[in-house]
Write a protein that binds this ligand. Structure first.
Ligand SMILES: O=C(O)CCC(=O)C(=O)O
Length: 290
């Protein structure tokens, strides 16, 4: 048995009008294959180039260890010089990823290589973010705190992306007071005996190649697995749907602080309780008794 995933539709390129009509309004994902062909980034951006311009910068690294109460929200697990990290990526599979790395702050010269595309949405210009990963490294299934519309541009290598929209929450073993599902679900090959509710989930899948853009609509869950070492840039536009926008405000102003406070007060018990609740709530909602 496999997850019920349909291929994300692909277009060669797209006009603003068609993007809004066929993908933004209905909130459906799409891959745009050749939109950035005339950007300098499309030719220049690869791991060697990044090593050349940012080799000396110390970068924050994340692996796939389970959440620990001692870790703050999005706190890195290790640090390394970018040059050493890129050597590591090229040498061997590694779980270390770079997550949410602000280009403008860290490598401002990269701005000359890309434009903010006009898809009819107002992109937040101050926070183009970069993500890097080694062969077979992956993110947990998660959605972003601001439930933004995300344009994810991929460079060098191949990346598998599995998406679900927010209507699928009841089947995904979502951890309460957080933005992730159970971290021990292997979304590339889930164990349905252990996670029976996943049989009901309906989602999307694609493999991104160099130069392709994935549009992820508001609040979409995403699991990204680097099939080969590579990196991506995300540009975002704030959630327009009022329900998503208010969830974003709640997450930023309340949920994040509440969760951090509970970690401080209750420690690992809080994390363990949330992990248990992810299973019991999901099974209750789906009438599953095990
Ligand atoms: O591909 C990655 O490493 C993570 C991407 C991501 O989570 C995002 O763009 O929001």
């Amino acid at each position: 048995m496999k997850l019920n995933l349909q291929d994300i539709p692909r277009v060669n390129t797209i006009t603003k009008q068609d993007f809004i009509k066929h993908y933004f309004k209905p909130q459906k994902p799409v891959v745009i294959e050749r939109f950035i062909e005339d950007w300098p980034a499309c030719k220049k951006w690869n791991l060697d180039y990044i090593k050349q311009i940012a080799g000396d910068i110390i970068v924050p690294l994340y692996d796939d260890r389970p959440v620990d109460y001692k870790d703050g929200f999005n706190e890195p697990h290790a640090k390394m010089k970018m040059a050493d990290y890129i050597d590591l990526l090229k040498r061997e599979p590694t779980k270390y990823r770079i997550f949410l790395w602000n280009i403008l702050k860290e490598m401002p010269q990269l701005q000359q290589d890309f434009k903010f595309p006009d898809f009819g949405l107002r992109l937040l210009k101050g926070i183009p973010m970069l993500f890097f990963g080694g062969e077979n490294s992956h993110t947990f299934m998660h959605y972003d705190i601001d439930l933004a519309n995300i344009f994810h541009f991929h460079f060098e290598g191949k990346k598998q992306c599995i998406l679900f929209d927010q209507t699928q929450n009841d089947y995904l073993y979502k951890i309460p007071h957080s933005l992730i599902t159970r971290e021990d679900i292997d979304f590339k090959n889930p164990d349905f005996k252990k996670w029976p509710a996943l049989k009901k989930a309906k989602g999307y899948i694609t493999e991104l190649n160099h130069g392709e853009i994935l549009y992820m609509p508001e609040g979409y869950w995403h699991y990204m697995r680097y099939i080969t070492p590579g990196f991506s840039m995300s540009l975002r536009a704030i959630a327009r749907n009022p329900k998503n926008f208010s969830k974003a405000v709640y997450n930023v102003l309340i949920m994040r602080h509440f969760d951090n406070a509970m970690r401080r007060i209750k420690g690992q018990k809080w994390i363990d309780w949330k992990n248990e609740q992810a299973i019991s709530r999901t099974h209750k909602k789906n009438g599953i008794t095990v």
